[in-house]
Ligand binder design. Structure first.
Ligand code: ADP
Ligand code: MG
Length: 397
């Protein structure tokens, strides 16, 4: 049983909630907060940030700017984050003036793969779900001395990586040396490349009182390191695997005394074993389907956990598939000039829910929005997904 403790009083609608980071995750948090009657504030340097555009207040400074942080703290009764590369020290500074969830310490775990993997390995001793074997590459001598059991592997920069950025596949030590130089000899982890059967994630919310609620494991398909699609319906995971993933995710949240929405990524290997990949201390791309297919979304849970109001166990009322809409879709008819995809054709299909993030310029690989498809049966959802993908020119998902 998670420990129970006395919780400070709830922060009720009417209060102002802040979010560090102005991306799409912040925007969807803002939407959820506003629909519940909260006033909102965003801190992000970009004048046109997706969240800044829809928030009551936009503090337009760098994440480390002392005046910006002070202004945000003065405006808000509580602050959360939407971007794991927001410096933990900024969250620490804010926490001196108002409640911050997730905490700087919890976010710091996810900000450095070395700390994250060590922690996940430790927690995995009890849950049985451990990370893939890895070695630290921090000095030239680590490259020459590294055990070849980690090859073929993926060299990943310890900090600042996301969507497959800062990662290079290597098969030999010679390639490792070149890859490490390419990454600027920054601290890295070298992870053994494992044969993936499928990828899953668990999105959960943990309150300050230790209560955890969670969504069912979602199956994710990544292409070039970026999430392409999430399948949120009965998967071919065995019930015992579902339990193992959910229990492992809960153990991680409890161990780092996490407060807020947390996503844990897992790999199901070809031999049937489950390993933990990484954690994201915030709502996650694979949880976007919850906006349209569940009675409470991951963003509403983020608001509730932050404000210490009760966390309901989510109920999914429809099977769903989510397709990420990357900027590449804007260049399907003309590779040199962005053109708006034929949304009207997609919206003519039953059960399509279009979410665009208000980004002014489409670029290949840029997350511009997502499309969730719901329906009364899995077959209906699959058929509509195929039709929508065809209209948009998405061939792999
Ligand atoms: P990011 O922080 O960019 O999400 P990940 O570590 O999750 O980085 O890697 C992105 C994707 O690359 C994963 O979802 C998976 O498809 C693939 N991948 C990452 N690590 C491994 C590995 N050790 N073996 C096989 N595939 C991997
Ligand atoms: Mg990942």
């Amino acid at each position: 049983m998670p420990h129970q403790k006395t919780v400070a009083s709830p922060i009720l609608p009417g209060a102002t909630l802040g979010v560090m980071g102005g991306g799409q995750l912040g925007r969807m948090f803002i939407h959820a907060a506003q629909s519940m009657g909260y006033t909102t504030a965003v801190l992000d340097p970009d004048a046109n940030s997706p969240a800044g555009l829809v928030s009551h207040h936009h503090v337009q400074t760098d994440y480390l700017d002392a005046d910006g942080l002070k202004e945000l703290a003065q405006l808000c009764q509580a602050v959360t984050t939407e971007f794991e590369n927001v410096p933990a020290q900024s969250l620490m500074a804010l926490s001196k003036s108002c409640p911050v969830a997730p905490s700087a310490a919890a976010v710091a775990v996810a900000q450095d793969r070395r700390v994250e993997k060590a922690r996940l390995a430790e927690i995995g001793k009890a849950s049985g779900v451990v990370p893939v074997p890895y070695a630290l590459i921090e000095k030239d001598m680590h490259v020459s001395l590294v055990d070849t059991i980690y090859l073929p592997g993926i060299l990943k920069s310890a900090t600042q990586g996301y969507d497959g950025k800062g990662q290079i596949k290597v098969t030999t030590k010679a390639q490792l040396a070149i890859a490490w130089a390419q990454l600027g000899k920054v601290p890295c982890v070298l992870e053994l490349m494992v044969p993936l059967h499928e990828e899953f994630s668990v999105v959960l919310a943990r309150g300050e009182d230790g209560r955890i609620v969670h969504f069912a494991p979602q199956r994710n398909v990544h292409i070039n390191g970026i999430l392409a699609a999430t399948y949120a319906h009965e998967s071919d995971l065995k019930p015992s695997d579902v339990k193992e993933l959910v229990d492992a995710a809960k153990a991680i949240a409890n161990s780092i005394k996490y407060v807020g929405v947390l996503c844990v990524e897992f790999f199901l290997l070809i031999d049937g074993s489950l390993v933990v990949n990484e954690i994201a201390p915030r709502p996650y791309n694979s949880g976007h389907y919850t906006l349209d297919a569940c009675d409470v979304s991951q963003f509403e849970l983020q608001v509730r956990a932050l404000c210490r109001v009760p966390l309901p166990q989510p109920h999914q009322h429809s099977p769903a598939i989510m397709l990420n809409l990357l900027g590449d879709l804007w260049f399907k008819t003309n590779p040199n000039a962005a053109q708006t995809p034929p949304w009207e054709k997609v919206l003519a299909l039953p059960g399509t829910h279009l979410h665009l993030y208000g980004k002014s310029e489409a670029k290949p690989g840029r997350k511009m929005g997502h499309l969730t498809i719901t329906g009364s049966s899995l077959e209906a959802v699959q058929t509509t997904t195929q039709q929508a993908a065809k209209i948009l020119g998405i061939d792999k998902y």
